[in-house]
Design a binder for this molecule. Structure first.
Ligand SMILES: CC(C)(COP(=O)(O)OP(=O)(O)OC[C@H]1O[C@@H](n2cnc3c(N)ncnc32)[C@H](O)[C@@H]1OP(=O)(O)O)[C@@H](O)C(=O)NCCC(=O)NCCS
Length: 337
């Protein structure tokens, strides 16, 4: 997955206008996309309304530096869009695709990409989508992108009842309060027990993990490290990781990501992607230009990080002894931001 076609918004922030993956691409709308809108509306491409809609989308991009993303399939055909529209207190998501056998899977993929894009690049506002209560298919697509039903936001309009789902948000802490510390410690122990490669083996106790977590807390308070957490809109901790800055005179533009983990009970719901997006945003805000990280060989994690632009730059054979007869490589990956 990669971002391209960068422009600068009204606040001087750089924002990409395109997302490219092996399977689909998403990009800011162009006049040629009138035919997609016409197809979705079931009207001729020459009708006035599709052209007006594209013009409105383009105005939104011009004003805010982001907006609706047109989805293209692997053949390059425009097959739908993810709307991202600025409201005063939040960003509204919408999703439409041309109905085909594979359109549900395509919508899910597009939404996972668009939500990670929102966390990494868009203004720090809640991202919400509303659905009709009976629309179970869309609800499941939104949940697979990590979105959560926030019952307090449900409402009724002239068109009927709406349920509102919201995207988890990222918090970058300079201090780890005690309640957050407890939740992080509990998650770290669970992640170890589930076989996660974050410095321990299954069965490590909270007493063993706590000093390592507290070391990060101390370095976070000292400003050397940023603690990046992914949180559910209803308050649960979903994942976390650390951006560890470099203090060397010649290496200050670099940082290392450490202890990246998500709640084992909710894997596969885009939280890893959202957390990586939050780590990249936090690192960029700290003027980091180069990120390194390492992982335990034999875990498949190289594939996970490759998705987010990392490449293997080194490998220390047998660096990690996970059992008497099981040495694993320490693998180092890097990417520029
Ligand atoms: C690695 C980790 C953070 C990924 O989080 P997650 O919540 O499972 O990630 P997502 O649901 O966002 O998955 C993103 C994509 O990566 C893929 N993926 C996730 N974990 C993977 C792994 N270990 N190997 C290969 N691919 C992986 C998913 O299949 C998904 O692909 P899709 O979008 O095509 O469906 C999580 O598995 C974890 O906490 N692992 C234990 C701790 C750990 O080992 N951390 C690494 C320290 S270096």
């Amino acid at each position: 997955m990669s971002y391209s076609q960068f422009t600068t918004d009204e606040h001087g922030h750089s924002l990409p206008r395109a997302i490219t993956t092996d399977t689909i691409t998403m990009h800011a709308p162009a006049v040629a996309d009138i035919s997609l809108v016409a197809e979705l509306m079931g009207v001729p491409a020459e009708a006035e309304r599709p052209a007006e809609i594209i013009a409105t989308w383009q105005e939104h991009w011009d004003e805010h530096g982001y907006g609706t993303l047109v989805i293209r399939d692997v053949e390059g055909d425009a097959v739908g869009f993810v709307g991202l529209r600025a409201h005063a207190q939040f960003i509204r998501l919408t999703l439409r695709t041309v109905e085909t056998a594979g359109s549900r899977a395509l919508e899910a993929r597009a939404l996972r990409l668009a939500t990670a894009y929102a966390i990494e690049w868009l203004p720090d506002l809640p991202v919400r989508m509303r659905i009709a209560p009976e629309d179970a298919a869309t609800r499941s697509t939104l949940e697979s992108a990590g979105m959560v039903h926030v019952t307090d936001l449900d409402h009724t309009t002239d068109e009927g009842d709406w349920q509102v789902l919201e995207l988890p948000y990222v918090r970058v802490a300079q201090r780890i309060p005690s309640r957050a510390r407890e939740a992080m410690l509990a998650m770290w122990v669970e992640v170890n027990d589930a076989g996660g490669a974050v410095g321990f083996l299954p069965g490590a106790s909270a007493q063993e993990v706590a000093p390592v977590l507290d070391g990060y807390a101390t370095r976070t308070e000292a400003g050397e490290t940023a603690c990046v957490s992914l949180n559910s809109p209803v308050g649960d901790l979903l994942g976390f990781g650390f951006v560890v800055g470099s203090t060397g005179q010649l290496t200050r533009h670099g940082a290392t990501f450490e202890r990246i983990m998500t709640d084992p009970a909710r894997r596969g719901t885009n939280h890893g992607a959202l957390l990586m997006a939050g780590l990249h945003r936090a690192a960029r805000e700290r003027d980091v230009e180069l990120v390194t990280l390492d992982y335990r060989g034999g875990t498949g994690l190289g594939e996970f990080y490759t998705r987010y632009g990392y490449a293997e730059v080194g490998r220390v054979p047998g660096a990690l002894r996970v059992a008497a007869d099981d040495d694993r490589d320490g693998v180092i990956m890097a990417r520029s931001l």
